[in-house]
Design a protein around this ligand. Structure first.
Ligand code: ADP
Ligand code: ZN
Ligand code: ZN
Length: 734
């Protein structure tokens, strides 16, 4: 009986996003399974390429003569499981992606490339005694040595360490007194961590753990104020899982920015913690992946891609700081980690804990509808008080002729903390020195030659484009009118650092932003140095808003809250509320009271006033009203079709054509609005012009797919010139 396979080929071309049928040759038919990675001849030249077996069947209706056969099977066991197939379908449906894109996040290239277990040839004792001509003291001595270290050292290690004769070892091996075996070597480094001892949970934490473990609803929103000890709750849940031999996954927004989380988990659970993130080498990734697959490791801390690890018996997923934007992927499939976790929970019954001090509007809304269970930690551990927050009107400072970056109040507070030898964090969510350079005489703005964006001046003497990275040496003459009135506007963290050093010359200052943390480990170095009290002031971008717990920080200053408030995005208020609360939460974590000063030109804004009173519910009530009246998520969906091309005119024509067709398709549908086509807010990045169409309203997956199919059909002819990208409920609309 012949056997056939439906496969997905590993190729990016649009046309191949479907199953291709291949015959399974007799020699492979006993071995092949659904989920296997194989190689198949493909295309006109019959070059063999990689493919994945999605189905196996014995009845074949089509034209038999043209069918090709599978060339080989790549791995011993299938890479994709039954659950993976459900996940692939879920992602295709929800994120409008191709089969191969879904497969690639589940089995990343790194896993395939690193797909070899590194082994070393260790020497083991066989149990046999020496006999005949080998029964001599010098042989006995070496055998005894191997007996005592059986399975530990390689031949060369034995020679090096114990200075024994290579000849004798060779003879022992040859005559089977000892044997050579492969031992798996783990490529993950085994740095030691300081022990982080178990704490006795307070009443709130204990009750939270109990509620979570006993909850019928497996989706839990753990809303706990900053410093309420959420991590301790996570650890307790993990221990419970380990007792039941179940695995746990702890997701963090960005591994590099959360050294404390890793420190604590490693310090508590030791070597059995795997850390999974994008900076691992292919080999390291594979080793961790393999340890998870075999069930060897039952606790993983990872960034969003770890959600796809092949856990054996998963009991718990924690998504810490669930409101963070990094949980949404910007590449196909544009999955949201929150949603994939929920899908996994439906599949396996595992508990998902979404943790945050400032939950996303979407998640909190779901608790009100009963789709998620709300569990709260309302107090800081040991009832230390939340910091006191004050919003400072910077317009008044201007009226009082204060043109510096610091209000009088913030200046005085810094001086006071320096005197008391307490630490200070100053937050400014913009890097570089000046964000805008222009000519005062003719108005010329120094823009990136490749992007529609002003360049940022950096103190190294370069103007840098933060979108494409182009750097140009700074000039003091206007390229347009040749005047010398080139002026620098808009401050970033570099300027802030300089200003602080000028105004407080005795203070020791550290800066943490993208520019100071490019080198491996530099983030950790800055973090450790501040933790050890080697600096008084830490200046930084949103990098410093997450997960840092420094007991000696008593003052947090926010230079301007307006940057995030003024973003052209429906989430700007939510972002501002979250950012201010998170940075502010770094203050007063020890025994001393914390103080937060937020400077703004828009101090009456509701995100600031509710953040000031730490009133999340108040903020939510206000924000959800707006979302409803404007028909934004969670009340409606937004689908964005982004089109980009080097050919400005061709792009415009194509966008307009797609726009006309979408409007025609939706003309009798009064539940959705189509906006655009129009140029994006940033109309060019890296020589690519950008246009978009926005579809907003109540639409389901079927409609989204129909739109997608139509857009792709219309774009087939220009596939090489115009890049198309679609996203449902994207992170930002820029
Ligand atoms: P969150 O993540 O909610 O902001 P953390 O988990 O960082 O808070 O906890 C804040 C601090 O309180 C940490 O230093 C932690 O070690 C400590 N802590 C947490 N729970 C307890 C407890 N039950 N007893 C004593 N200290 C605790
Ligand atoms: Zn000029
Ligand atoms: Zn650029």
């Amino acid at each position: 009986m012949s056997l056939f396979a439906g496969v997905i080929v590993n190729s990016d071309a649009l046309k191949v996003d479907k199953l291709f049928t291949y015959e399974v040759p007799d020699k492979l038919s006993a071995l092949i399974e659904k989920g296997h990675r194989v190689r198949v001849p493909f295309g006109k030249g019959n070059k063999t390429i990689e493919a994945f077996v999605m189905e196996l069947f014995s009845e074949f209706q089509g034209e038999f003569t043209r069918i090709k056969a599978i060339s080989e099977i790549c791995d011993d066991s299938p890479l994709l499981t039954e659950d993976d197939f459900s996940l692939i379908n879920f992602m295709r449906e929800k994120y409008l992606c191709k089969y191969i894109e879904a497969i690639r996040v589940i089995i990343p290239t790194g896993i395939m490339k690193g797909n070899k277990i590194k082994t070393k040839k260790v020497i083991s004792y066989n149990g046999a005694e020496l006999y005949g001509k080998f029964n001599k003291p010098n042989y006995e001595e070496v055998l005894q040595l191997i007996k005592n270290n059986s399975g530990i050292y390689t031949k060369s290690e034995l020679i090096e360490k114990y200075n024994v004769s290579a000849y004798i070892i060779g003879k022992l091996i040859e005559n089977k007194f000892v044997s050579v075996e492969d031992e798996q070597v783990n490529r993950i480094n085994t740095r030691k961590y300081e022990t982080y001892s178990s704490k006795v949970l307070n009443e709130e934490q204990r009750s939270a753990v109990e509620t979570i473990l006993n909850s019928e609803n497996k989706l839990i929103l753990l809303k706990g104020v900053t410093g309420s000890g959420k991590t301790e709750v996570y650890m307790n849940l993990v221990s419970n899982m380990l007792n039941e031999e179940k695995a746990s996954l702890i997701l963090v927004p960005e591994i590099a920015l959360t050294p404390q989380m890793i420190e604590r988990f490693k310090g508590r659970f030791g070597r059995n913690v795997a850390v999974f993130h994008s900076r691992l080498s292919d080999g390291e990734r594979f080793d961790e992946w393999f340890r998870v697959k075999t069930g060897d490791v039952k606790l993983v801390i990872g960034a969003r891609s770890a959600i796809f690890l092949p856990f054996k018996d998963l009991g718990l997923i924690v998504i810490d700081e669930e409101h963070e934007g990094t949980y949404k992927s910007e590449q196909n499939p544009k999955y949201h980690t929150r949603e994939v976790a929920e899908f996994k929970s439906n599949l396996t019954g595992c508990t998902v804990v979404y943790g945050s001090a400032t939950p996303s509007i979407e998640s909190y809304y779901r608790t009100l509808k009963g789709e998620m269970k709300l569990v709260e930690l309302k107090n800081r551990v040991d009832h230390s008080r939340l910091p006191i927050m004050e919003v400072i009107d910077m317009r008044e400072e201007l009226t009082n002729n204060n043109k510096s970056m610091f209000s009088k109040k913030l200046y005085n507070a810094i001086e006071d903390r320096l005197l008391k030898k307490e630490q200070i964090i100053i937050f400014l969510n913009r890097r570089g020195h000046s964000t805008f350079v222009s000519c005062r005489k003719c108005g010329y703005v120094f823009k990136c030659p490749h992007c529609d964006i002003a360049m940022t001046y950096h103190t190294n003497g370069y103007l840098v484009c933060h979108y494409c990275g182009t750097a140009k040496k700074q000039v003091n003459e206007c390229p347009s009118c040749k005047s010398k009135y080139v002026k620098y506007f808009g401050a970033g963290t570099e300027k802030l650092e300089i200003e602080i050093k000028r105004m407080f010359p005795k203070a020791r200052v550290l800066r943490m932003d993208v520019d100071t943390t490019r080198k491996k480990n530099s983030h950790e170095e800055i973090y450790n140095s501040f933790k050890n009290g080697e600096a008084d002031i830490l200046v930084g971008t949103q990098m410093i808003s997450k997960g840092l717990d420094f007991p000696n920080v008593t003052l947090v200053g926010v230079i301007t809250a307006d940057i995030s408030l003024n973003l052209p995005d429906f989430r700007s208020s939510e972002r501002t509320y979250q950012l201010i609360t998170q940075v502010g939460g770094r203050a007063g974590r020890g025994s001393k009271e914390g103080y937060v000063l937020v400077q703004s030109y828009n101090p009456e804004h509701y995100s600031l006033s509710y953040a000031k009173n730490n009133d999340y519910e108040g903020f939510f009530a206000e924000e959800i009203k707006l979302r409803k009246s404007m028909n934004y998520p969670p009340y409606a969906n937004i689908m964005v079709i982004n089109m980009s091309s080097k050919d400005q005119l061709g792009l415009q024509k194509h966008s307009e054509n797609i726009g006309v067709n979408i409007k025609k398709m939706l003309q009798y549908n009064d539940k959705v609005d189509v906006m655009g086509p129009c140029p994006c807010i940033i109309s060019k990045i890296n020589e690519m012009y950008r246009w978009q169409i926005l579809i907003k309203g109540n639409f389901d997956a079927t409609l989204a797919h129909n739109i997608k199919d139509m857009v792709y059909d219309l774009s087939n002819a220009v596939y090489n010139e115009i890049r198309i990208s679609m996203d449902v409920n994207p992170n930002n609309l820029i």
